[in-house]
Ligand binder design. Structure first.
Ligand code: FES
Ligand code: FE2
Length: 362
């Protein structure tokens, strides 16, 4: 068997994608390419976010080279000013604004410390933003601001993040666990996505587990569940509870330690992905030293994935293939990619995709 590498399959467009951390967009406009669209993010005078195509309709100067001024985003070349709807609201030296003086506008919103941009042409659905367990609740510590640029198609990222089995081998210096090597991965689906998971049962708690929760002299059961919520949210749900304890949600939340490691995958182009991450945990809440160690460990882990994703992208381009054989652990990645393909196909069938930029008048 061979599966071809295809970098032209497109993206699910009618969805919110993480475009930047809110802290990245303050006084200055901020440029980022997402789903192949060059976008400029900027703060309006009331503090809300505007998102426009990063090209001035006049001479195509990147609007990100301009500044937030005169009640909108002012082009850095001849000073035309645009509001968040993409309308020109001022042209230096003239009163009349031609109807063509507008640029494409995207809906944008701020949640979880991130700026989300809706990249499709149907009305944005505010309820389709990810729902993060534990976020903003008492008893949870948040680490956020994580970002890496990965030089790989986001399908390679999805395959990686639906694949708990790789942790033993790729992450042996960081989160890998030899005890998990031969534990099979189970897969289940639910309304928002898929879960590939396994329980490592009846093992001694790690020294870190012991420092985080009093497991006494007993052994523990450890869950690692890789979730993928369509089309771009991944999270790893880690739970450690006393061995044999009933695995109810209440026990998973309070019976031991729990963490959610979230990643938001935003395609930049067909060959690169923005990798935003944040982490929530319900233990060692105010331990700054532990937090610094954990952050460094996660960054190292994600960098290990970054290196592998980049290498695989290179090999796919060199061979035109995605894989030449399949093994049992491929089940969840294949299911996830099929769901993505189905969403893309249904957008294409209904004609609901991203709008093209308006042509520049002659
Ligand atoms: S290029 Fe923007 S105002 Fe001329
Ligand atoms: Fe990984």
């Amino acid at each position: 068997m061979s599966i071809k590498a295809d970098f032209t399959q497109g993206f699910v467009r009618n969805h919110w994608y993480a475009a930047a951390w809110a802290s990245e967009v303050q006084e200055r406009p901020f440029a980022r390419t997402i789903l192949g669209d060059k976008i400029v993010l900027f703060r309006q005078p009331d503090g809300t976010i505007g998102a426009l195509e990063d090209r001035c309709p006049h001479r195509l100067a990147p609007l990100s080279m301009g500044e937030c001024a005169d009640g909108g985003l002012r082009c850095g070349y001849h000073g035309m000013v645009f509001n968040a709807a993409g309308d020109c609201i001022g042209i230096p030296g003239q009163d009349i604004i031609p109807p063509t003086a507008r640029t494409r506008a995207f809906s944008a919103t701020e949640r979880y410390g991130l700026i989300w941009v809706w990249t499709g042409d149907v009305e944005p659905d505010p309820d389709s933003l990810p729902i993060l367990k534990g976020y903003g609740e008492d008893g949870w510590a948040l680490m956020d601001g994580g970002y890496q640029h990965h030089a790989g198609n986001y399908r390679i990222e999805i395959e990686n993040l639906m694949d708990p089995a790789h942790t033993t081998f790729l992450h042996k210096e960081t989160i890998g666990n030899r005890a998990a090597k031969d534990v099979p991965v189970e897969v289940s689906s639910y309304d928002r996505g898929l879960k590939a998971f396994r329980w490592i049962e009846n093992v001694p708690p790690s020294p870190l587990d012991q420092k985080s929760f009093d497991f006494g002299a007993g052994r523990v059961d450890r869950q690692i569940a890789f979730h993928f919520e369509l089309p771009a949210t991944s999270f790893v749900d880690i739970a450690v509870i006393p061995a044999g304890m009933e695995r109810s949600e209440g026990n998973l939340m309070r019976g031991g330690i729990r963490a959610f490691s979230y990643k938001f995958l935003t395609p930049e182009t067909e060959r690169s992905t923005h990798f935003f991450w944040l982490h929530l945990r319900n233990y060692r809440l105010n331990d700054q030293e532990f937090e610094a160690t954990l952050r460094a460990n996660l960054e190292k882990t994600f960098a290990e994935d970054q290196v592998m994703v980049t290498a695989i992208q290179g090999e796919q381009e060199a061979t035109g293939l995605r894989q030449r054989t399949a093994i049992a652990i491929d089940r969840a990645p294949i299911m996830a990619l099929r769901l993505i393909d189905r969403m893309i196909a249904s957008e294409k069938e209904s004609g609901e995709t991203g709008t093209e930029c308006e042509p520049v008048p002659a």
